[in-house]
Ligand binder design. Structure first.
Ligand code: FPP
Length: 246
């Protein structure tokens, strides 16, 4: 394993996206309720945020709650929402200290008011921070996001705001939740599952994928550094040949 200094001498991913999976299994293995796994997961998230700042990563996007997660038990959904709001409030001073700009993506209209208000407050108070752009995907689903973008584009064409001929990949990207955010260079999924689970489907077209067996609550800065080290050994070709990119 390389040192942080050695890792920093190689290209650092500008944007890391994370599927924080395995909280429930972590809790079960520790003889605890699922919510205890999510609470421990919130600590791991702080670790990864700090690790990202140490590396000089500029964008970090984490999958906190999918649209499909609304189908979980009422207790778990409520517990997760309360944990989310509590963490937002508790971590605000830390976000300010580190210069983290917080932003939520997803179908926020499905959230309760208290949750939306907490998000708005943290977004407003951190909006001028520039060290790390930290996106939390909550009530998020990539297919929903793409359909929603298509609807907005159709409406803007109908209203004469944009011409049909002007629709291209760049324009489409600007209608997604992640507008103004570069595509992820690296996607990390924990817990030994090899799926994308409706996460940033458009945006990860050329991302490097990294899977680890580690449950999310056990994920640490050092494990993040290992993932980045692994990323640095990949050859990103974007459809070209090895010779062409040399
Ligand atoms: C997936 O594990 C994890 C979630 C659905 C929730 C992630 C939430 C946190 C890490 C809490 C903190 C987040 C913020 C933004 C404050 P799972 O429950 O599907 O685990 P399992 O597959 O082992 O059951």
């Amino acid at each position: 394993m390389l040192t942080l200094q050695e890792i920093k001498q190689q290209p650092i991913p500008q944007h890391i996206a994370v599927i924080m999976d395995g909280n429930g299994r972590w809790a079960k293995e520790h003889g605890q309720q699922r919510l205890a796994g999510h609470q421990q997961g919130a600590h791991a998230l702080r670790e990864v945020m700090e690790g990202s700042i140490m590396l000089g990563v500029q964008y970090l996007t984490v999958y906190a709650f999918s649209i499909e997660n609304w189908n979980r038990s009422q207790d778990e959904v409520l517990g997760l929402m309360q944990l989310f709001v509590h963490t937002c409030k508790e971590e605000l001073p830390t976000l300010q200290k580190y210069g983290v700009c917080f932003h939520a993506i997803g179908n926020l209209s499905m959230l309760d008011n208290y949750c939306r208000e907490a998000i708005q407050e943290v977004e407003e108070k951190t909006k001028h921070n520039t060290t790390l752009h930290f996106q939390v995907a909550i009530s998020y689903g990539s297919r929903w996001e793409i359909v929603d973008a298509a609807k907005q584009i159709a409406k803007d064409v109908k209203d004469g705001k944009i011409a049909l001929e002007s629709i291209d990949e760049q324009l489409f990207s600007n209608y997604l939740q992640t507008k103004n955010i570069p595509d992820p260079d690296l996607l990390i999924r924990t817990s030994g599952e090899y799926r994308i689970s409706n996460y940033l489907l458009w945006q990860i077209a050329y991302s490097e994928l990294y899977f680890t067996d580690c449950y999310w609550p056990d994920f640490t800065k050092e494990k993040l550094f290992l993932a980045v080290e692994n990323y640095q050994n990949r050859e990103r070709r974007f459809g070209k040949t090895s010779e062409q990119i040399k």
